[in-house]
Design a protein around this ligand. Structure first.
Ligand SMILES: Cc1cc2nc3c(=O)[nH]c(=O)nc-3n(C[C@H](O)[C@H](O)[C@H](O)COP(=O)(O)O)c2cc1C
Length: 266
């Protein structure tokens, strides 16, 4: 008679463990593949929600978000040449605005430039040549009413990614929003505080052609002659505040969207 098989033998335990690992890895891999389109759709939905938020278009139901976003023209800015390129040029360059990944482009030497120390005020190391921007026009006159620009810059712990929206004068802030950062909740994380973001509305960017907007330490006083250019600093988070100020200075400066905006404002 054969001896009963030992279920607890090392080979049995290993076989069961390996089978469980195999089945689980198939399940995880299948979920990752099957859910990829949903993940991309969610990411896109999140992006357009943030663009609308920066443009001050809020309280839009999820079903209306896409139709609201369709009112925007999606354009490509060539930061090296300081101009908006035509849709045909963008096509020739292989830029699909709905899929263009500026973060990825900024790591590609053929699509970006390395920033020298004095230039890199937002501490981003490299800047992509092309950037996708969003333009909203008045229905009747077709004049630009809002322009939404992607911006990013280093805070204290992380790079903050967001959108800054300007009015058609290319000088007045109409909104700001951050969709990704790793600053401390309650300190630098207050960049997400709706009241703080609201305080940006109506603030001015340029004075004598230079970026004059500052995130000051403490509270902006309406008695100050610079009040229109001042944003309240985040309490206990001067380093994040300075990072946000530097981010605006860089992206609205001559190496960022400055030349594009001054052409549009002409
Ligand atoms: C755990 C911890 C997390 C912090 N997170 C932030 C932050 O996200 N942003 C920031 O500017 N300062 C943060 N700080 C505070 C900074 O170290 C620094 O003290 C502060 O920016 C100075 O701002 P204040 O002059 O307004 O106090 C943090 C400090 C600690 C101990």
């Amino acid at each position: 008679m054969l001896a009963p098989k030992n279920k607890d033998s090392m080979s049995n335990v290993m076989a069961v463990a390996l089978s469980v690992c195999f089945v689980c890895s198939i399940m995880v891999a299948s979920a990752a593949v099957l859910l990829k389109p949903q993940r991309i759709a969610n990411k896109n939905f999140d992006r357009i929600s943030n663009i609308l938020m920066a443009a001050g278009i809020q309280n839009v139901s999820p079903t209306e978000i896409v139709s609201e976003f369709d009112k925007f023209e999606v354009k490509v800015a060539d930061l090296a040449e300081g101009r908006i390129i035509s849709d045909l040029e963008a096509l020739d360059l292989g830029i699909d605005t709905s899929a263009y990944d500026q973060r990825k482009a900024s790591k590609d030497p053929s699509l970006s430039k390395s920033l020298k120390e004095g230039e890199d005020i937002a501490s981003i190391s490299r800047r992509a040549r092309y950037s996708v921007i969003y333009v909203l026009r008045e229905e009747e006159t077709r004049a630009i009413s809002k322009i939404i620009l992607p911006v990013h810059g280093y805070g204290l712990w992380s790079t903050l990614y967001g959108f800054l929206s300007l009015q058609g004068d290319m000088n007045t802030v109409s909104g700001i929003t951050f969709y990704e950062h790793g600053e401390t909740a309650g300190l630098g994380g207050e960049v997400d505080n709706p009241d703080w973001k609201k305080s940006w509305e109506g603030k001015k960017i340029y004075s004598d052609g230079n970026v004059a907007l500052r995130v000051i330490k403490g509270k902006a006083s309406s008695d100050s002659p610079d009040y229109d250019y001042q944003i309240d600093g985040l309490s206990g988070a001067t380093l994040t505040s300075r990072g946000v100020e530097n981010m605006v200075a860089y992206w609205l400066g001559k190496d960022g969207f400055g030349p594009v905006l001054s052409r549009l404002g002409e």
